[in-house]
Design a protein around this ligand. Structure first.
Ligand code: ADP
Ligand code: MG
Length: 609
């Protein structure tokens, strides 16, 4: 094995110009990393050519065959050899690299593919009587020949990397490569909702298996995008997503972002586009996380498809070999726009209980078997109500044991016309049932109260600092030396949050004041949660986010726990406060604080409509 570092080579040779074939292979190393990147380049070419339908086929994870067919403008026969030569492009004239409106502009993809695979291009230029074909194999270009094709272009790439076995070895299993192809095609399909896509795996049979299909969508961008996202991410996403429209400093942010209640266990549904180009830029993922930091717990990930558009001059797309990253002239601008645009939209939708949750609830309540069933008992034929499988809502003993609060008297000013309605009952000492004009609401009182306390803490914090109460007897809390020093770094910040602590030796602290709003709390648990927040290096170091995370832990400690009975006026007061508080549709951990069951659905449940 040669362990010598490349820069230590001593047998220096004179500088010389590499021939085209070598130069192309080097370029290919940057542009074509795997079958999915070849497909990305070819589909982008089809989109640049104005295609309305694009059909993509592959075999063996794209290793043996890739074919992309489009109905775009086509390439004139006499330009086919040029299409295969490096730095030859029809998309820019080279005078202004900061004014790019197409996916391609470097003229590198086709020559690179021709250097690492067997490439054939068949094309019929718009208005031309005939089609023509050109092939390249290991850098050897064939003469242009007549061919048959009704319109558009077909590019076929066989045996990718056959000439560079070392690179072939770096490819992953067919399955992994197929899934990368799928991902690339879906991202491009999101970028172009008005274009139809078919993706086929033709490994086994000639006809192939369609692994993805999206018909061209019509209408304005928002509605065609919504339809396209529905096809790709599922109705669950679009039903729970809010439309985003924001602007700052000449950058527009649009697209869809899911409510926190539709969060994911991994960051799998996060898509960004800059001037229509799919990008995977770390700065945007970070901004998205920050935007949701207030409403999602650690380990949950937001889902969104977001489009940034601006004057091409504001963004350099020529900073990454595969153009997966971009550089904004002012990088703080898109980040700020994403964070504030999403926060604003999420706050506005704070009262939209997740539709999925409501639907899941209904499904859970919907009896599987016929509603009325007779069960044969040993004694006689006796009616036995079907077992209720889920939800504290209808557990049999609730009603018998009389744990239901007496239904409050209808007040003069009947609050059923308010969004969260009039409280009618409390079940299992945690669920408030309220009647609205169009259905019913079930509130998780603990989750709701936690959110309210959090929002109150935040607004106190913003206005004049969180009010503190002095403990009659200061409490000593023991902790690790690590946690101790972390806490000590934040003594002042914590004091502004209503939590005054002193050092008490190296492995203990003394708690002197706690936030009034929390009432009586378990200091030890609160301190331990705060230590967790401070050591959480997953959250960014931004002080404001840390403070919010701490406030969120505090709120959790100060909330009405489930298991507390509430009077009717107390319950109604809670509902009214929820209505008046932003974000109160989700608890601090992104779970819904209430679900809404429309009367129409309840009626369907009972076969009434
Ligand atoms: P770039 O896209 O950067 O221009 P490529 O090597 O990908 O470079 O393509 C070279 C040229 O070939 C393009 O500029 C375009 O004129 C032509 N071309 C490639 N693919 C297609 C296609 N599917 N339809 C029409 N023209 C194409
Ligand atoms: Mg291209």
């Amino acid at each position: 094995m040669n362990t010598q570092a490349p820069h230590m080579m001593s047998d220096r040779q004179p500088i010389r110009q590499l021939d085209d074939a070598a130069a192309n292979r080097i370029a290919a190393g940057e542009v074509v990393e795997r079958p999915a990147s070849a497909i990305k380049e070819l589909v982008e070419n089809a989109l640049d050519a104005g295609a309305v339908r694009i059909e993509i086929s592959y075999s063996d994870g794209g290793k043996t065959l890739i074919r992309v067919l489009d109905d775009g403008t086509g390439i004139p026969a006499d330009e086919l050899p040029l299409a295969l030569s490096r730095h030859a492009t029809s998309k820019i004239d080279g005078s202004d690299l900061l004014n790019i409106h197409s996916f391609g502009f470097r003229g590198e993809a086709l020559p690179s593919l021709g250097a690492v695979g067997r490439l054939t291009i068949t094309s019929r230029f718009d208005g031309s009587e005939t089609a023509a074909r050109i092939s390249v194999n290991g850098g050897e270009i064939s003469p242009v020949q007549p061919a048959a094709l009704a319109r558009g272009t077909v590019v076929e790439l066989r045996d990718l990397f056959h000439a560079t076995p070392a690179r072939l070895k770096f490819l992953r299993s067919d399955r992994a490569e197929s899934s990368a192809i799928n991902d690339v095609v879906k991202r491009l399909a999101m970028a172009a909702p008005d274009v139809g896509f078919v993706l086929r795996d033709v490994t086994k049979t000639g006809a192939g298996r369609v692994v993805f299909r999206a018909d061209p969508e019509t209408g304005d961008f928002a509605s065609s995008l919504r339809a396209r996202l529905r096809g790709i991410l599922g109705a669950d996403f679009t039903d729970n997503a809010i439309e985003i429209n924001a602007e700052r400093g000449g950058i527009l942010l649009s697209g869809f972002a899911a409510l926190p209640t539709y969060s994911r266990g991994a960051a799998v549904s996060q898509f960004f586009f800059v001037n229509g180009r799919p990008v995977r830029d770390k700065q945007f993922y970070g901004a998205l996380r920050a935007a949701y930091s207030d409403v999602l717990t650690r380990g949950r990930h937001p889902a969104a498809a977001l489009f940034l558009s601006c004057d091409p001059e504001q963004v350099d797309v020529n900073v990454h070999p595969a153009k997966a990253e971009v550089r904004f002239r002012d990088p703080a601008l898109p980040r700020g726009l994403i964070v504030s645009g999403l926060r604003h939209a999420l706050a506005g939708s704070g009262h939209r209980a997740s539709g999925t949750v409501g639907q899941e609830t209904l499904n859970a309540m919907r009896p599987q078997a016929p509603v009325y069933q007779y069960q044969r008992s040993t004694q006689n034929h006796q009616y036995v109500p079907p077992p209720v499988t889920t939800g504290g809502f209808a557990e049999a003993d609730t009603w018998q044991s009389g744990r239901v609060e007496p239904t409050p008297e209808l007040e003069q000013n009947d609050p059923t016309d308010l969004p969260l309605g009039a409280a009618r009952a409390q079940l299992h000492e945690n669920y408030i049932i309220a009647q609205t004009q169009t259905g019913m609401i079930i509130v998780d009182q603990h989750a709701a109260h936690e959110r309210l306390v959090y929002e109150r803490l935040k607004s106190q914090m913003q206005n004049h600092g969180v009010a503190a109460q002095v403990l009659l007897i200061p409490e000593i809390v023991e902790l690790s030396a690590d946690d101790h020093s972390r806490l000590m770094e934040h003594v002042e910040a914590l004091a502004s949050l209503g939590l005054s602590i002193d050092s008490f030796g190296e492995q203990a602290i003394c708690v002197r004041e706690t936030p009034v709003i929390l009432g009586e709390i378990n200091c030890k648990n609160l301190i331990s949660d705060i230590c967790d927040q401070l050591s959480d290096d997953g959250s960014s170091g931004i002080v404001k986010e840390k403070i919010n995370a701490i406030l969120s832990s505090m709120a959790c400690h100060g909330s009405i726990r489930s298991g507390r009975r509430m009077s009717a006026p107390e319950m109604n007061a809670l509902l009214r406060e929820m209505e008046a508080t932003p974000h109160s549709g989700q608890c601090n951990h992104g779970r819904p604080t209430y679900v809404e069951l429309p009367l129409s659905d309840i009626e369907r449940l009972f076969g009434r409509s």
